[in-house]
Design a protein around this ligand. Structure first.
Ligand SMILES: *Cc1c(COP(=O)(O)O)cnc(C)c1O
Length: 357
């Protein structure tokens, strides 16, 4: 057997959300991967149908058209942008350019499962700072966890899987407390769904903080998870570093074209995100009225802190042809069609009657 790196033993593999079980007589729903349950915009599907391109050729490695449009849209320079195969590749690249066996990475926990994976793979010491009881980042504890060896901090707003969004003022204070030599990655994969007042908008912080990088994606609000397009926004020196770490020609021509069309229909994307956010608020409120302790939900998902009852709740959903994401200490439910969420509400009510009587 070949000898593999010892670092591989220090973190678990990424576990994708499961598909739902087929149950006769019931429509099945996948609420386990935070996908957009609405199809991409018609204009995006048209672009994809028309945009044959020439697959014998490599795509534009610099994603010039997409970056130009993003720059105009976000009010940054094209040199502040890197396009990657989903925000996932950006996370890997960010870790690559900051971390190795001598460094420490600080991130909240529970949070996105790729954080242990990318930082662990780089060989960094992982400092997982527990969330507060209400599912929010403990920024004071995170700042206190920074040492001479810290090279990377990851923040996630809204936090996957618990839901709360960071506030602008607290992130400003946090950045002021963290040494500028530490790269701070603000993962905004779900920013389009955040509606709470004062939610952090990373773009407004970039000018004052050259050590800040934003992670964004077309996978969630744009509904293009299958095309694998994400982007990073940051200081040109950091972007130049990232460009050395990303895979050349990773984002296909078709994916770049689809993302570009989706961007050009920004208002429609944001309007659909607002619809999903509205359904999310109703769903979270309905769960709270049943007695559930649901944290602030600002993404396209809701967290149920079920503790050791997580398996039992997941099983109850599986029996009703619904796939949810079980994290062991709680269950995350992605916002899907009303019919799916109504069924989850029934399951949740029965579950409370059975377990909390
Ligand atoms: C989904 C997600 C991403 C990135 O997904 P990609 O499909 O790779 O763009 C990044 N961060 C968080 C927190 C996510 O939930």
């Amino acid at each position: 057997m070949p000898r593999l790196r010892a670092a591989l033993e220090t973190f678990p593999p990424y576990i994708p959300g499961k598909p739902p079980r087929e149950v006769p007589g019931l429509e099945s729903f996948k609420l386990s991967s935070n996908e957009n349950h609405l199809p991409p915009l018609p204009s995006v599907l048209e672009t994809m149908a028309e945009h044959v391109g020439n697959p014998a050729h490599y795509p534009d490695d610099a994603a010039t058209a997409l970056r130009t449009e993003l720059a105009a849209r976000l009010g940054v320079g094209i040199e502040n942008l890197v396009v990657t195969t989903g925000a996932s590749e950006l996370l890997v690249a960010l870790t690559q350019i900051t971390s190795d066996g001598t460094t420490e990475a600080v991130y909240p926990w529970p949070s996105f499962e790729m954080y242990p994976q990318t930082t662990g793979l780089a060989g960094a010491t992982r400092i997982e700072v527990p969330l507060r009881a209400d599912g929010t980042h403990d920024l004071a504890a995170m700042a206190a966890a920074v040492t001479e060896a810290t090279s990377l901090i990851i923040l996630c707003s809204p936090n996957n899987p618990t839901g709360p969004a960071l506030r602008d003022a607290e992130v400003r204070d946090f950045l002021a407390a963290v040494p500028e030599r530490v790269l701070v990655a603000l993962d905004e994969a779900y920013w389009e769904f955040a509606t709470a007042g004062g939610t952090v908008d990373g773009l407004g912080l970039l000018a004052d903080h050259p050590n800040l990088v934003l992670l964004r994606t077309f996978s969630k609000a744009h509904g293009l998870a299958g095309l694998r397009v994400g982007y990073g926004v940051g200081h040109p020196r950091v972007i130049a570093g990232l460009l050395k770490a990303v895979i050349p020609f990773g984002v296909t021509d078709l994916s770049q074209a689809a993302a570009l069309t989706s961007l050009r229909h920004w208002d429609e994307v944001m309007a659909r995100a607002a619809v999903i956010s509205g359904v999310r608020d109703d769903f979270a409120q309905a769960l709270r009225s049943q007695g559930w302790d649901v944290p602030e939900a600002q993404g396209n998902f809701v967290w149920l802190p079920l503790g050791e009852l997580s398996d039992a709740f997941e099983d109850a959903c599986v029996e009703q042809a619904i796939a949810v994401r079980n994290f062991g200490d709680g269950v995350r439910i992605s916002i899907g069609p009303r019919a799916a969420l109504d069924r989850v509400l029934e399951i949740a009510a029965d579950f409370r009657a059975a377990h909390f009587g």
